[in-house]
Ligand binder design. Sequence first.
Ligand SMILES: NCC(=O)N[C@@H](CCC(N)=O)C(=O)O
Length: 653
Amino acid sequence: MLVYLTAECCGYPISIFFIVVNEFCERFSYYGMRAVLVLYFRYFLLWDDDLATSIYHAFVALCYLTPILGAIIADSWLGKFKTIIYLSIVYAIGQVTMAISTIHDITDANRDGTPDNFTFHIALSMLGLILIALGTGGIKPCVAAFGGDQFQEHQSRQLNTFFSVFYLCINAGSLLSTLITPVLRAQECGIHTQQQCYPLAFGVPAVLMVISLVVFIAGSGMYVKTDPEGNIMWSVCKCIGFAIKNRFRHRSSSYPKREHWMDWANEKYDKLLIAQIKMVLKVLFLYIPLPMFWTLFDQKVSICHFSGLLGGLPDQMQTVNPILILTLVPIMDRLIFPLIQKCGLNFSPLKRMTVGMLFAAMAFVSAALVQIEIDKTLPNFPSSSESQLKVVNTYSTTLNVTISPNEHLLIESFGVQLHTSKHTYSTISCMFVNGYTADLNITNLDSIEPSATTNYTLVNQGKRDFVLRHGEQWCEFSRKFGFGASYTFLIPSTVFSDDCESITEVEDMKPNSVHMALQIPQYFLITTGEVMFSVTGLQFSYSQAPKNMKSVLQAGWLCTNAVGNIIVLIVAELGKLPKQWAEYLLFASLLVAVSIIFSIMAYFYTYIDPAEIEAQVRKEQGLEPEEMEKETLEMEEKDEDQKNEQGVKQTKI
Ligand SMILES: NCC(=O)N[C@@H](CCC(N)=O)C(=O)O
């Protein structure tokens, strides 16, 4: 028996340290750039909201599709080590390109603070984003699988812990960068004019990507590197194609059935390759329902939209997820899972993933319940067959208004009757009605003519000061605004003689009265779901893959995320249900249905040890133990030469 003893610390290969630090820096780079990307689209490139979010989601989907490319390169051509290095270089170039594209001074010839040639900035940033997607997606399946490759057979417990630590590093990187890069963007910088500092916000992630690459290369001498066994993906495609063709050729019932449709490739292809393809296809089949989890997960940002009531910004809410991950992963690993095991329950990986999906569904039910509470505080909006009318009385006495022969409204002096204005619930809006006899100027608003109104204007939550001016006359007043509320201010003709005292405030829409604590359960539920689903999925994809297709299966796993994102895009295009809570319940029900289907599929899945199956097939192929030993010895010599070159401590037992 041959065992390699690589340099270890507390039972873990030391090389793992370089891999997790590399992952931390890379995720810092990725999430840091993502945290300011939509802001860059909206406020630098001046794109509208729809275009900015569509391009953003398309970019995220691309980042989770490119893993297929990375896996093919790694498993069929360069091997994981070289693929990570080359694609990290592409990634770093992409980040630098992106950072350069945000320097407004490059095209700001007239020095007015805005770029003069948007085409240049758009083209450069799109090039940067494509390179980033290629890099981040390309290395993603390789890094996780490469980390797994560092462990020996006797380190299976440590291998499982590695995937949890790996996930912790992802989220530590994401947490720090999501906190830091928006702050960097808020700084002012520039050569000719001082503007929001996008170059710094994108530049720091670029530097982190370079550090990530340097750290990975620094560990070079310590890694266990497996070379690809030829163009495996091409062989897999040819083998599957042949099996399908051969099955079709022998479709008549006179031909005896075969146990598996891939067995129709037996005539031409190696039994080992067929066995390996069967293992991969079995897992990929199991992944079919999984994108639904990511569809809900990636929509959690939309749940956050009413997070305004937390008094925080949606951007900052993005940090709740990594914070909870950093707390929940150790709790699950050290407490919950061992406890379940102690109770004699077999909480197998696929069961964990099913429970994870149910947690995510519960998060959406919780979001629906909170939404119902919020809806109760909203005014009744007119249906499609109704309309609403708002009448403002700026006259000095009560007026009687007849709308139709039988309907009368009594409107007090400076009172408002009936109102409709639908607006985003996490914002505050206000409108002014000028009852003064001349034009008025109000802080931050255009001037208003007599008897005219301003449009509803969004203002920030909290106490706000307003100054009203007409020529030399002015008065100042403050109001406290609650989130989700809407106000109309009626300005009487006496406004300057009584120091703004007579301004009447009408609350068109009540402030949000739903307590912020009601949101905590949904964050907790969705992140618990993520820990059970995603960390387990990562481990499962590694453990069930044959040695030469580890990256491919990791890519398959990541693709479930890409498809989930594409579904989000489609759902956004198809439109929404009239009631937000109904939409949340619909998604929750869909995920419950999908988890039931998945649990049935999982029930029929038999966990395998790919190495054992491969050894068995080799044996059946007639590779006698001596021959296998010879083959192993040859491999051993080859590996030993390679490791001696790398200076890795290696012992044969
Ligand atoms: N909390 C988000 C997170 O950890 N995301 C992972 C993606 C996991 C996956 N399978 O898609 C990340 O690597 O960014």
